[in-house]
Design a binder for this molecule. Structure first.
Ligand SMILES: *[C@@H]1O[C@H](CO)[C@@H](O)[C@H](O)[C@H]1NC(C)=O
Ligand SMILES: *[C@@H]1O[C@H](CO)[C@@H](O)[C@H](O)[C@H]1NC(C)=O
Ligand SMILES: *[C@@H]1O[C@H](CO)[C@@H](O)[C@H](O)[C@H]1NC(C)=O
Ligand SMILES: *[C@@H]1O[C@H](CO)[C@@H](O)[C@H](O)[C@H]1NC(C)=O
Ligand SMILES: *[C@@H]1O[C@H](CO)[C@@H](O)[C@H](O)[C@H]1NC(C)=O
Length: 772
């Protein structure tokens, strides 16, 4: 039921999707399913004009299976039925519908590298630009010209092209000549729906159809029916829209983080399913089309890097200088739950925003700011307050109904607030006051009757006033927006935590960006709010929560950095974001974790280096760069087989002669043995001086040792004489016990420029080997 209410937490909204099991169920030898096949293109016989001809011939040559021989079919037909996609940019190979016998036969083809079954993706915003200190008159916005001409490919559920956020007013008419994408025609979608803002739109669903040939695709085009893609893409690069709001809340000028960037949508998420083969096809096409940035708010859980379509496609993207920005997932707060923990892309965690909506004013004039998103300007003015034993449990619709029109009912703070919300809604009360601090409700909840949720800290004030006055009254104000709420940000309770199950040796997530209660454009055909139990409301802008909403904020900042520093590699851009991220909230205290019991600090396993800080990332002082070979060295150290490495790298030009797990990453994670409870680990890092000015700069190190560890940095001073000069240093982390069994501890290394403003910070995590 909650799946129909758009305003409900996106993560709840998607609950039915989460329940879909992987399609990787055991198959009998004659049963067919879709496989993704990696091929070694260097072994393609000269006779084939194209890789597609080669792949087709391979499929042709597969011996028919026993079961197929009972139903003889035209081989042309069976070929077109078997081949789902051929891939050439994100990976070398194809996807095909095969039986196990056919798969076995195919494995004998020359050039075969690897094969695995298609699988299902897990999916994971206008004030946020101000919260990130983006300002039209200084810093990254003006320097990047608001992301002008950077092309962001969004891999998602499509777009609602009529949304005002996709209008191209103010966009230059010279689309960069490298752009090869198109506006693909489909159901309710024609080529004139793209423009100078939305420059491309394509759709991919052959994988879904292969998995379920009888499936009926409801809207067979890049048109969004879910709202997810419209929301994420307009968060990255939506144009300026005056007077946007969610039912009067968060009213203002909507805009994306990079409002002058160009957008291209690759629809791979469908109401009918989400297949790895379609995601690969979307990313493959985005790379071929010439995007600069890929934003992908979804991921694949529990897969090794060499079978993860996002890892595979983003390696090819990284080689071409395309930055891939991805979401960590919504499986927090447990540790080691994140997806997209891939060393060559950006992994984004979600945080809260300094914003809330609505207030309660008591008859004595006292005003309490709370939280409500009731989607109408309900008049709840000077109503009597009802507080009595019979009704205030707010657990009986019958009893509540008796008092429904009497006044504002105060619900008892000691009972479950979620069931109270359901009861007051069903009883159609004229007003209700509920008490909760539960971040689940505050970050992602919903109210469908004229009510307000306030902190239990204020319960005594409200109840005492109601009890001690003969005729207590109150007013609830809706469609009110408050910003500057402290403390903020906090790590969202739901944001998935590191270490990365697919490769724990690199600290993930990388950074945190706003993800809770984000306003962005939405589709008009899906409910965005509800009044009572039966009135569904549509809205052109919706408030959604999730790492899916955090990722496009980071993608937008990446687009701005690409515009400001076109020569920077994906690793350099990620480094700038990590080393300048802010570990403090707006009270200048360490950012809190809404996923653990109150007042605990968010660790780097929850938020990476901290909240993304776009203006600081523009000028990071030093960067930690990495080349494609550096990532290959890491894959070699993982003891992957040559074929597993080839599935990711696609090229035999890489080799394992310089195997190393010590990637030049701007953060540190080291594991102590949970048996011996000790560890000594050495890292070597190389930084490049990208400081502005004449290039001379001296940095001195400042270390915060994780509890129980001693961190030694050598040398402790780095003196640069010119721009782009590189210098190396080593870090030794020695852990000798002293923290509770299986606990993790945290510190950092900060390179502080002499007489300068630069602080280049790297978080450190010392973790128990038991957590991965
Ligand atoms: C595309 O569709 C829109 C809306 O239906 C219509 O106004 C327009 O004429 C169509 N353009 C083309 C080229 O068919
Ligand atoms: C509360 O309920 C009891 C029993 O149902 C009833 O007798 C009593 O009058 C009610 N009190 C109020 C204040 O409504
Ligand atoms: C969760 O975050 C909100 C907003 O930053 C904050 O007001 C609240 O105190 C946090 N809750 C917990 C339990 O930390
Ligand atoms: C490995 O790659 C490096 C750099 O491309 C090259 O110099 C070296 O000769 C290669 N070694 C082997 C054994 O192929
Ligand atoms: C270490 O962690 C592993 C994995 O969780 C666990 O199986 C093992 O029992 C732990 N060993 C000790 C000594 O705690």
């Amino acid at each position: 039921m909650e799946g129909h209410f758009g305003v409900l937490p996106f993560i709840f909204l998607l609950a039915p999707w989460f329940l879909l099991t992987l399609h990787a169920t055991a198959t009998s030898s004659s049963e067919s399913s879709t496989y993704i096949i990696h091929m070694d293109k260097s072994l393609m016989p000269r006779a084939f004009a194209t890789h597609l001809n080669w792949y087709e011939s391979i499929i042709h040559s597969i011996k028919p299976t026993v079961s197929d021989s009972f139903q003889p079919s035209n081989s042309e037909q069976s070929l077109s039925q078997k081949l789902v996609y051929s891939y050439n940019d994100a990976m070398h190979g194809f996807s095909a519908v095969l039986s196990l016998d056919e798969l076995e036969s195919l494995k004998n083809s020359p050039g075969f590298v690897a094969a695995y079954q298609d699988k299902t993706a897990t999916v994971d915003t206008t004030h946020t630009f101000e919260f990130l200190s983006l300002n039209p008159s200084y810093g990254l916005w003006p320097v990047s010209n608001f992301g002008e001409d950077v092309i962001v490919g969004v891999i998602d559920s499509g777009v609602w092209p009529e949304s005002d956020s996709f209008k191209d007013e103010g966009m230059s008419k010279n689309i960069p000549s490298k752009w090869k994408g198109t506006c693909e025609v489909g159901q309710e979608f024609n080529a004139s729906m793209c423009n100078y803002k939305l420059i491309g739109a394509r759709y991919f669903n052959k994988g879904i159809i292969a998995a379920n040939p009888s499936v009926k695709i409801s809207i067979n085009s890049a048109r969004d029916t879910e709202g997810h893609g419209t929301h994420t893409s307009t968060t990255v690069g939506g144009n300026f829209v005056n007077g946007a709001s969610y039912f009067g809340y968060a009213k203002g000028v909507a805009r994306g983080i990079a409002p002058r960037a160009r957008l291209a949508m690759y629809k791979v998420l469908w109401a009918e399913g989400r297949q790895a083969s379609d995601v690969l096809a979307g990313m493959d096409q985005a790379i071929a089309d010439g995007v600069d940035v890929i934003s992908i708010s979804m991921g694949f859980d529990d897969v090794p890097l060499y079978e993860d379509p996002v890892a595979i496609a983003s390696f090819a993207a990284m080689e071409k200088g395309v930055v891939v920005s991805s979401s960590a997932g919504n499986s927090g707060p447990e540790l080691a739950t994140l997806h997209n923990g891939i060393p060559w892309l950006l992994t984004v965690a979600a945080g809260t925003i300094d914003r809330t909506f609505g207030s309660l004013t008591l008859g004595n004039g006292q005003t309490i700011v709370g939280w409500t998103l009731f989607p109408a300007n309900a008049i709840v003015q000077d109503f009597p307050l009802v507080y009595n034993k019979n009704v205030s449990a707010c657990d009986s619709v019958e009893r509540l109904s008796e008092f429904a029109t009497t006044g504002i009912i105060i619900c008892d703070p000691s009972k479950s607030v979620t069931s109270q919300i359901d009861s007051v809604t069903e009883a159609s009360v004229v007003g209700a006051i509920l008490f909760s601090d539960d971040p689940k409700l505050i970050e992602t909840g919903d109210v469908a009757c004229p009510s307000i949720v306030i902190s239990p800290r204020n319960a005594a004030t409200v109840i005492n006033y109601a009890r001690t006055n003969k005729a207590p009254t109150a007013s609830i104000k809706f469609q009110q927006t408050f910003v500057g709420i402290k403390p903020a940000p906090a790590a969202a309770y739901y944001t998935s935590r590191g270490p990365s199950p697919s490769y724990p040796g690199v600290l993930k997530p990388d950074i945190m960006a706003p993800g809770s209660r984000v306003v962005a454009a939405f589709v008009p055909t899906k409910s965005a709010a509800r009044i009572g139990t039966n009135v569904m409301l549509s809205s052109d802008y919706n408030i959604l929560s999730g790492t899916s909403m955090a990722c496009p904020h980071a993608s937008g900042v990446v687009a701005l950095l690409k515009a400001a520093h076109p020569q920077w590699t994906p690793a350099a851009i990620r480094s700038a974001l990590i080393t300048t991220a802010n570990p403090l909230d707006n009270t200048l205290n360490p950012i809190q974790d809404n996923g653990s019991s109150a007042s605990e600090f968010a660790s780097p396993l929850a938020m990476g280096a901290g909240q993304i800080d776009p203006n600081k990332a523009l000028d990071p002082g030093l960067i930690y760069d990495a080349t494609p070979q550096d990532y290959v060295n890491l894959l070699c150290a993982l003891e992957y087989t040559p074929k597993q490495i080839l599935a990711i790298t696609r090229s035999n030009s890489y080799n394992c002669s310089t195997s190393s797990s010590d990637l030049n990453y701007p953060s540190f994670i080291a594991f102590y043995s949970n048996k011996t409870r000790t560890m000594v680990q050495k890292f070597v890092r190389t930084v490049t001086n990208v400081g502005v000015g004449d290039g001379t700069a001296t940095y001195k190190v400042k270390v915060t040792h994780p509890k129980g560890s001693v961190v030694t940095v050598s040398p402790e001073t780095l003196a640069f004489k010119k721009k782009n000069e590189k210098q190396s240093y080593s870090v030794t982390i020695k852990y000798g016990g002293g923290i509770n069994k299986d606990d993790n501890s945290y510190g950092d290394i900060v390179w502080v420029e002499d007489n300068g403003k630069q602080r280049v910070r790297s978080p450190i995590v010392v973790a128990s080997s038991g957590i991965v």
